[in-house]
Design a protein around this ligand. Structure first.
Ligand code: M6R
Length: 610
């Protein structure tokens, strides 16, 4: 979390930094700050609580100090409340050193205690401030030397950008477990936590690796390790297009992204479906095709919606590939002692490719020598670069904090993976072709569902004041029940729980009364009758019910009139349809509750700290 941007070159730094911050705002948006330094070493720092626009407004007119070098930050609070003192950039006692940081300094309290005893004065509650004081302690006229020494004392994760009045005309940056890259322009450099912030200036970038430091001057850049030994690095051309990052005719990015799904579902499979062979062509996996044949156990890891997509994948891979699969929160996996066999593989799912826990799970698996695979949306992200092989989603940047188009694409890629592995093993040609035929229809079915948006809006109007929701599903739609609950919680702040409907009798049904709403997902599939019985049991206890059902289903009408229909498809594909009304329902509830849909409270799009 938190976004870092830095600039040194021939232009006024402040406007470039503000533009970059706007692109990084999805990483955190509780406060933001900027420091700009001019050639003579005068530094101007401004920090503001709230969104970047607050900072931008207060900068207008104030930042014209001709500063061609600066750093800026958008914060997601970890240590210390949201206020201006805790906002970055942080500085040392003498206000000589200014820095922005993404990550967590784990040994900050020990360091702080020691530095206070040595006479340093702290003004914030953050972990980051210790880094400024440590650099101050080691500073002897050269900024990079002091940074390298300071970093040797630090435990934790950091993406860091530092400037100093006493050693101006340079930015020193460093990385460990938190993404950081440098864009190379013409006589200018721009530093950022991710490429989306800098592509307007340059497509030529260099990613820093863990344990690397870069010293960036007006016209040159040097890389070293923490021992300050010179290392050489090559730049790469980043070809992703982030231009569609505007809301268009939609009120919110989330709504735009929900409505984009027919297109993104097409984009995720384009060129990947080989109808004749009932097979999926996944270029990223072809190089390890033979290795994949040998896999006898798959562990899927992810966080939030990505984890829930993995749960759907488990049903697919076990049913159609016969591959023993287990799914785990990345945050749990990294601290367990998982038992790996020789042919175990790890598959991580991540939209951003930067989620700290998922990245750590990859690192843990690599340490143990097992094959690592990824389903990642963000091209060139840390997870995409770390995994041995993988598949990109190709759905373009997802800006709304609530995952929508990335989630349905993750499900679709899991279907492709099922085809890929299934056809290597037990899946027949006919079955492969059948899945492909149904997959190709999904965008049309989603368009049809989206046409029900006005009806879903009406249902949201009826229920948005409710305090409690159950989302119930079974088998393939059990994870979708949890996804529906997650969506409602994160943007509407309404208490919601997702359950396997069969679990209700084992406790949760005690909650049901006339005020507790149940949202059932009951397409006509192999568990349809069971699902109906579970909903009847809720109705018998006066619970209010809404249902997602297959078009033309008459039986469901006897349970409730609040029905949203989805077209009939293969059972394994129903989650890609059933989740769409749940996204819309959560969206409209949030709008009626007057919440900031794209930037819900306490959240950030990319969770780059543990
Ligand atoms: O970028 P990732 O896919 O790794 O993110 C994982 C979760 O943080 C993410 O899915 C989160 O749960 C969403 N806000 C859910 O809508």
């Amino acid at each position: 979390m938190c976004g870092i941007i830095g600039y040194i070159g021939k232009n006024n730094a402040a406007p470039i930094l503000i533009e970059g911050l706007k692109r990084l705002e999805y990483r955190g948006y509780d406060s933001a700050g900027i420091s700009v330094i001019d050639k003579n070493g005068n530094v101007k720092t401004i920090k503001k609580i709230g969104k970047i626009e607050n900072l931008e407004k207060s900068i207008n007119g104030q930042m014209v100090i001709g500063g061609l070098c600066g750093i800026a930050h958008t914060r997601w609070a970890t240590h210390g409340i949201v206020n201006e003192l805790n906002a970055h950039p942080h500085f040392d006692c003498q206000k000589n050193i200014f820095l922005v940081h993404n990550g967590i300094i784990e040994n900050y309290s020990d360091l702080k205690e020691k530095l206070i005893k040595e006479g340093h004065k702290f003004i914030s509650q953050t972990d980051t401030e210790v880094v400024a004081h440590l650099i101050e302690k080691f500073f002897e006229g050269n900024l990079e030397n002091a940074v390298a020494k300071a970093l040797k004392n630090i435990k934790g994760a950091y993406g860091l950008a530092v400037i100093s009045k006493k050693d101006p005309n340079k930015i020193v940056i460093a990385k460990k477990s938190s993404p950081l890259l440098v864009g190379l322009g013409e006589n200018e450099f721009i530093i950022a936590s991710d490429a989306s912030a800098i592509l307007a200036y340059t497509k030529q970038i260099i990613h820093l690796n863990d344990g690397e430091i870069a010293v960036i001057g007006n016209d040159k850049i040097n890389f070293t390790n923490l021992d300050q030994e010179i290392i050489s690095k090559k730049s790469e051309i980043f070809n992703e297009d982030f231009n569609n990052a505007d809301k268009g005719k939609y009120q919110h990015f989330m709504l735009k992204e929900i409505f984009e799904q027919p297109k993104t579902l097409r984009n995720s499979v384009i060129g990947r479906l080989i109808k004749k062979e009932g097979w999926a062509k996944l270029g990223g996996l072809e190089i390890i095709e033979n290795k994949l044949r040998e896999i006898d156990r798959l562990i899927i890891v992810g966080c939030g919606s990505a984890y829930l997509a993995g749960l759907v994948g488990e049903y697919m891979l076990e049913e159609y590939v016969g591959l023993p699969t287990e799914v785990e929160f990345a945050s749990e996996f990294r601290y367990r002692k998982p038992i790996f066999g020789e042919n175990t593989a790890l598959l991580c799912i991540s939209q951003s490719g930067e989620t700290a826990d998922t990245l750590a799970a990859v690192e843990e698996a690599k340490r143990k020598g097992i094959l690592t695979l990824g389903i990642v949306n963000s091209v060139g992200s840390s997870i995409a670069r770390k995994t041995d092989a993988g598949v990109y989603n190709h759905v373009g940047p997802e800006i709304g904090v609530a995952s929508t188009k990335a989630f349905t694409s993750q499900l679709e890629i899991l279907v492709l993976l099922t085809l890929f592995l299934g056809r290597q093993r037990q899946m027949s040609l006919v079955m492969g072709q059948r899945i492909i035929k149904e997959l190709e229809r999904l965008p049309i079915w989603v368009e049809k569902i989206l046409r029900q948006a006005p009806k879903i809006k009406k249902l949201a109007k009826k229920y948005y004041k409710s305090k409690d929701f159950f989302f119930l599903g079974r088998k393939y739609n059990y994870p979708i029940a949890m996804e529906g609950a997650l969506k409602l919680k994160e943007i509407s702040y309404i208490h919601a729980e997702g359950y396997g409907a069969g679990e209700m009798k084992h406790g949760p049904i005690a909650m049901i009364d006339k005020n507790f709403i149940t949202f059932g997902i009951a397409p006509i599939d192999s568990v349809y009758e069971k699902m109906l019985s579970n909903l009847e049991e809720i109705k018998a206890r006066n619970g209010k019910i809404l249902v997602i059902a297959t078009e033309g289903d008459k039986k469901i009408q006897k349970i409730t009139k609040d029905v949203i229909s989805i077209p009939k498809t293969l059972e394994m594909l129903t989650p890609i349809l059933s989740v769409v009304p749940l996204q819309l329902f959560a969206y409209y509830c949030a709008v009626f509750n007057k919440h900031d849909v794209d930037k819900p409270r306490n959240l950030a799009k990319s969770v780059t700290v543990e």
